[in-house]
Ligand binder design. Structure first.
Ligand SMILES: [Zn+2]
Length: 129
């Protein structure tokens, strides 16, 4: 079973071109923390490091966001969202992101914190589970 290459990696069931690609290309912006989180996952899955960098708070982002070689992102499940709505300044999204690579299949379980900065959602940091 191979995934549909036109499907968005974020698991929305929509086509990438109609889902996260407009955000990655700067033609649209995430209105909620969860949407930003999904689009950041999709950016990792699609190798859009520019978007990963752009949506990371300047205070916490690393200088280099080059993906880990050989790491393949295989699926996302959003478990919970707190705040992060269109009228909020902060939000938390808990998720599981599945990946595969040199170390074999594994799951990243994280509670990510997002803040709104200059009217754009950005990733701040995470509480490891
Ligand atoms: Zn998407």
């Amino acid at each position: 079973m191979s995934p549909d290459p036109t499907a968005c990696p974020c698991g929305s069931d929509a086509a990438y071109a109609a889902c996260c690609e407009p955000l990655h290309d700067g033609r649209a912006r995430a209105t909620t923390a969860e949407q930003l989180m999904r689009s950041r996952y999709a950016a990792y899955a699609r190798g859009r490091s520019d978007y990963v960098f752009r949506t990371w708070h300047p205070r916490t982002r690393p200088a280099d966001v080059t993906p880990v070689p050989g790491l393949v992102w295989t699926g996302l499940t959003v478990l919970a969202s707190e705040a992060g709505g269109e009228d909020d300044a902060e939000g938390v999204v808990e998720f599981e992101a599945r990946h595969d690579g040199a170390g074999g299949p594994d799951v990243l379980h994280e509670r990510s914190r997002f803040v709104r900065r200059a009217d754009r959602w950005v990733y701040l940091d995470a509480d490891p589970e």
